[in-house]
Design a protein around this ligand. Structure first.
Ligand SMILES: NC(=O)c1ccc[n+]([C@@H]2O[C@H](COP(=O)([O-])OP(=O)(O)OC[C@H]3O[C@@H](n4cnc5c(N)ncnc54)[C@H](OP(=O)(O)O)[C@@H]3O)[C@@H](O)[C@H]2O)c1
Length: 231
């Protein structure tokens, strides 16, 4: 795909990794609709086209695609991360994470594909899809589900729409954390390098341009996924 002149929606695109993806797309000449929930000022500072939606609501997901207008690219970046073990994962709490991280990307893809004959989708996973991290159980299930959804949707939407994923390792401490102990928490990284948000954006750009790739996952994690649970 030639990116210049295309139009993209980036969910959670106002800050952090999403912002890096928005800026990388804009540098390629892509018109970007920035989705936000709370980060309104940051979203509006990045793009004249910013749209609010709470991705816990599937009705709001559908309305978001409608308001975004004709799209060539969908980046499912928004995410909810909680450190819930099984004991904490009440149906209410688990559903919030499953909605934002799995069902919202599914509904956004469904609505995107209902309107676009051609295009490309990138789903943001986590290197934890290759591990079993019970310390964030609903989050892990949602990202593992999103990996499977990436492959299923890639098959279902071919040949017109390609669906790929980027799986980051530890990049930034969770929102609200001051970063204390992040390196220790992140664990062992074989390459002894933390990827930056810009590194994630670069992988996303590669997959958007790679007309021969669908159903692929690129791990941008310094090799951490190779260790499985051994981090
Ligand atoms: N950071 C890391 O080290 C890391 C590691 C592995 C994987 N990842 C993955 O990479 C992606 C980006 O990471 P990140 O750390 O930049 O993400 P993040 O800061 O945790 O979340 C990105 C945005 O998601 C939006 N969001 C959360 N709940 C929402 C809801 N109910 N409705 C609508 N929007 C909602 C928020 O937008 P507003 O601010 O507008 O409310 C938030 O800024 C995520 O998919 C994450 O799982 C990140």
């Amino acid at each position: 795909m030639i990116l210049t002149g295309k139009r993209a929606l980036v969910t959670g695109g106002a800050v952090r990794v999403g912002k890096a993806i928005v800026e990388a797309l804009q540098a390629e000449g892509v018109e970007v609709v920035v989705h936000y929930r709370d980060s309104e000022a940051a979203a509006k500072a990045l793009s004249p086209h910013a749209e609010r939606a709470d991705l816990e609501s599937m009705a709001e997901c559908a309305a978001l695609i409608e308001r975004a207008g004709p799209l060539d690219i969908l980046i499912n970046n928004a995410s909810l991360f909680t450190k819930d073990r099984l004991a904490d994962a009440t149906p209410e709490r688990a559903l919030r994470e499953l909605n934002v991280n799995l069902l919202a990307p599914m509904e956004l893809m469904r609505q995107f594909a209902a309107r676009a004959q051609t295009g490309a989708v990138i789903n943001l996973l986590d290197r934890r899809v290759r591990a079993n991290d019970a310390a964030c159980l609903p989050y892990s299930i949602s990202k593992k589900g999103l990996e499977e959804l990436t492959k299923l949707a890639a098959l279902d939407l071919a040949p017109g729409i390609r669906v790929n994923a980027v799986a980051p390792g530890p990049i930034l401490p969770p929102p609200g954390s001051d970063g204390t102990g992040f390196a220790e928490m992140a664990g062992k990284v074989p390459l002894e390098l933390f990827p930056s948000p810009a590194d994630i954006a670069e992988a996303a750009l590669f997959l958007l341009k790679a007309d021969y790739c669908t159903g692929q996952v690129i791990y941008v994690d310094g090799g951490q996924h190779l260790l499985g649970n051994g981090v």
